[in-house]
Design a protein around this ligand. Structure first.
Ligand SMILES: Cc1cc2nc3c(=O)[nH]c(=O)nc-3n(C[C@H](O)[C@H](O)[C@H](O)COP(=O)(O)OP(=O)(O)OC[C@H]3O[C@@H](n4cnc5c(N)ncnc54)[C@H](O)[C@@H]3O)c2cc1C
Length: 394
């Protein structure tokens, strides 16, 4: 029986619940808004399966990709709707063309994030774009297994702990399963997300909210512009004015397990990993980022992953690149984020229903040292003075 001694020990992937032969595990929301498994002791026979499939109890071994590429989808409109270079769509289109099924994270009508599947090309648009919130896996592991048993090709996308959970749940290799993990800084609390969004969906906004985009590219790929679209208007935030993303990047409300991620370093066992190809402007093929519409970093870990990249060559431009230099631009590959020192304070004030923007602004305000550093660094650099920052920090 799964007994959690610390919240860090569960990533919420639902492998335990999905594998339970007596179906006596359910997910319950905790006081931070994350889902955790709860076992019904009356029906549990202590068969141990739930523990055997848990990706947190059995962390993976970090490795390096066998092949790495910089890549972009050939269709500009797809890249604009995607967070990086649109490679998810290219890979998913191939599966749909093969008569297969694609799983990924989408918004429901209330803009909650959940895993779902599609069997059509049109259906892929809901999965495009990063949602910086933990997705509710619901019944997706069992649904994927059902499709695999029917002989259908399945492309399953998710963050690394979700892929590790799926693979452990399946307990066997399927030749027609392609697993795709999305590089992940960490996943945020669904309840915090809902509380941030609430005022934009209700009485204050008489129009219906129709679209939420975390990475709008109107002003460029790495701007993290956040956009809420209504029938007649839009509300736009940039990285600095968006309290939700400010709190996300400051690690105020990530899932506790993300701070000790059991599946960093490509240890999920996936065929492919996708991320942002940060640093591409400094090395060939720089032409991919000339239009600032996003470039994907694609890492293949299995011959199946390499083969799938070859199969989609008509829809994408791709160039093999050295993996090592790219790793240094993307801390999420190797390192778990450190929790914000005031994380607990955030949740206390959030539960007291203090205004969202106010809590985040007060907890993420830069210290005097940091502000001095930001103000003086360009001038000191120009004057060739070194060591001032170190002096300040002392
Ligand atoms: C929470 C989160 C953190 C991320 N952190 C980093 C990072 O630190 N560094 C980096 O390089 N890249 C990170 N990414 C990945 C990056 O933002 C792009 O999603 C990725 O490069 C794929 O882009 P794309 O253009 O190929 O396709 P897109 O269309 O942008 O990708 C869509 C894919 O992402 C999946 N997805 C979207 N939201 C979620 C979610 N909440 N949970 C699970 N899967 C989801 C969809 O199912 C689909 O498979 C993160 C993504 C998420 C969701």
């Amino acid at each position: 029986m799964i007994v959690l001694s610390h919240k860090k020990e569960c990533c919420g992937c639902t492998a335990c619940l999905s594998v339970c032969p007596r179906q006596c595990i359910r997910m319950e929301t905790d006081e931070e808004g994350f889902l955790y498994p709860v076992t019904d002791p009356e029906h549990c026979t202590d068969c141990g399966l739930c523990e055997r499939v848990c990706p947190c109890l059995h962390p993976g071994v970090p490795q390096e990709p066998i092949q790495c590429y910089a890549s972009i989808h050939r269709k500009e409109e797809i890249r604009l709707e995607s967070s990086s270079g649109g490679l998810f769509t290219a890979l998913a289109e191939e599966t749909i063309r093969n008569g297969g099924v694609v799983f990924g994270a989408r918004f429901d009508r209330e803009f909650r994030v959940m895993h779902d599947y599609t069997e059509t090309l049109e259906g892929l648009s809901a999965f495009r774009g990063s949602k910086y919130v933990q997705s509710d896996m619901r019944n997706s592991f069992r649904q994927a297994e059902q499709f695999l048993k029917e002989g259908r090709e399945v492309l399953f996308s998710g963050v690394s702990c979700q892929i590790a959970g799926l693979k452990a749940f399946l307990r066997r290799d399927y030749q027609h399963l392609i697993t795709l993990d999305i590089l992940c800084h960490g996943v945020a609390s669904p309840a915090v997300w809902a509380s941030f969004l609430h005022p934009y969906k209700t009485a204050q906004e008489p129009e219906r909210l129709t679209q939420v985009t975390f990475r709008d590219k109107q002003n460029g790929w790495n701007q993290y512009d956040f956009c809420l679209r209504y029938s007649e208007k839009e509300i736009r935030f940039n990285r600095k004015t968006n309290p939700y993303m400010a709190g996300y990047f400051a690690n105020l409300y990530l899932r506790p397990s993300c701070h000790a991620c059991p599946r960093r370093g490509f240890s999920a066992g996936s065929d492919l990993t996708l991320g942002d190809c940060w640093g591409i402007e400094k090395r060939p093929p720089q032409s991919y980022c000339a239009d600032d519409k996003g470039v994907s970093l694609v890492m293949a870990h299995t011959p199946k992953g390499v083969e799938r990249m070859r199969q989609i060559h008509a829809s994408v431009c791709y160039t093999p690149i050295d993996y090592r230099p790219m790793e240094s631009y993307n801390p999420a590959i190797r390192h778990s984020p450190v929790p914000h020192p005031e994380r607990e304070q955030f949740f206390i004030r959030w539960r007291q229903q203090e205004a969202f923007g106010q809590i985040v602004a007060s907890l993420t305000r830069p210290t005097l040292t940091k502000r001095l550093e930001t103000m003086c660094t360009p001038l000191l650099k120009a004057l060739g003075i070194k060591g001032f920052t170190k002096y300040l920090r002392k």
